[in-house]
Design a protein around this ligand. Structure first.
Ligand SMILES: NC(=O)c1ccc[n+]([C@@H]2O[C@H](COP(=O)([O-])OP(=O)(O)OC[C@H]3O[C@@H](n4cnc5c(N)ncnc54)[C@H](O)[C@@H]3O)[C@@H](O)[C@H]2O)c1
Length: 330
């Protein structure tokens, strides 16, 4: 029998691809978004699909969440499992500093969405957290920071940026609490640097580089980028990880999963890779501005999710950048 998935932030980078993969398997999606950081275009290919239902709703609107609840109630009896996935968030580096905005949506919104799932006796809740919670300890020398490692957060003395991560960390406790109380199965997922071929947000590093190369043939980076290294995860892989977790009941123990690749690249080499794929030789790179509390590396151990679910990423960075560049018409 098929499942009913309720997805917040469904037109965002994670939500739209999740919906695509879910509908492809024959399941049904009730998804909503308030277009804070996305548009209906990301799900245009799904709008005619009878298993995909979209609503322009705000996670922070009590009235609209009641309407959503009514829709779920009217459908849930036809499905084997009811699965909530919370993708809606105020995310992206420029918003990380705005504690009120991130707290309202990312913490209170997550909690209310979880409470709705609990009130409807949903089977599973997946909480999208973030690798930002590792803050200044975002890597170690043993092949990446693991879920159970203790974390050292930059705090308000250093940068308001960590308020986003602190809020996300709080949601992991709500998730665990609900599972420990046997109210639902679920887990939190700490994504690291997800990208997609149709990302709308040019301030994320990959679209930032691609757009600058396309428009100016050169790239301006932050001073941090002289030393920073990152891994990048294609959104088809981030979503297949979430669905692998949904299929693995034993994994839904309220705990946390890192979801990332271990293919680390310096930001300068990333510019060179993007330029190469666009047919631009030796791009000019300039450095301006500095971002406080930005870790030099973010390298996550993904042993836990790989061992428990068998998930492995399928798209390497070379292929992923080629997909992005092709989408831009090259
Ligand atoms: N992209 C990454 O690298 C990354 C890394 C770590 C964690 N995450 C987490 O993964 C989840 C999905 O992120 P994403 O990359 O898809 O981001 P995204 O910004 O592309 O998607 C989030 C979506 O939520 C929507 N939204 C925001 N506020 C809303 C509200 N009040 N009501 C309804 N919809 C609302 C936005 O319009 C957007 O479509 C988020 O929880 C994010 O914190 C992402």
């Amino acid at each position: 029998m098929m499942n009913l998935f309720v997805i917040s932030g469904v037109t965002g980078m994670t939500g739209n691809e999740l919906a695509r993969q879910i509908v492809k398997e024959g399941h049904t999606v009730l998804g909503f978004d308030n277009f804070f950081a996305s548009s209906i275009h990301t799900v245009e290919d799904l709008l005619e699909n009878r298993n995909f239902h979209f609503y322009e709703f705000d996670l922070n609107s009590q009235e609209q969440m009641e309407q959503l609840k009514t829709k779920v109630i009217s459908q849930k009896a036809c499905f084997s499992q009811l699965i909530y996935i919370n993708c809606a968030a105020v995310v992206h580096t420029e918003h990380f500093y705005h504690v009120n905005k991130t707290f309202e949506t990312n913490v209170l919104g997550m909690k209310r969405f979880l409470d709705q799932a609990l009130s409807l006796e949903a089977d599973i809740y997946i909480n999208c957290s973030t690798s930002e919670v590792y803050s200044m300890n975002s890597w170690n020398e043993d092949g990446g920071v693991a879920e159970e490692d203790y974390i050292t957060l930059a705090n308000a003395e250093h940068s308001q940026r960590t308020s986003y991560a602190t809020g996300k960390l709080m949601t992991e406790f709500f998730m665990k609490d609900a599972v420990l109380d046997n109210k639902i199965k679920g887990c939190s997922v700490r994504f690291a640097n997800v990208y997609s071929k149709n990302e709308l947000y040019p301030k994320h590093i990959i679209p930032h580089i691609l757009v600058q190369l396309k428009e100016k043939g050169k790239v301006e980076l932050l001073e941090n980028s002289k030393v920073n290294r990152r891994t990048f995860l294609h959104n088809e892989d981030s979503c297949s990880a979430v669905l692998a977790l949904c299929r693995t009941t034993e994994a839904l123990d309220g705990s946390v999963y890192n979801v990332a690749t271990d293919e680390e690249i310096s930001i300068v080499d990333l510019v060179k890779l993007c330029a190469e794929k666009m047919g631009i030789g030796s791009p000019e790179i300039t450095f301006k501005g500095y971002r406080a509390a930005d870790p030099q590396r973010r390298l996550l151990s993904t042993k836990k999710i790989r061992e428990r679910t068998g998930w492995i990423p399928q798209i390497n960075l070379n292929q992923g950048i080629e997909m992005c560049v092709k989408e831009m018409g090259y």
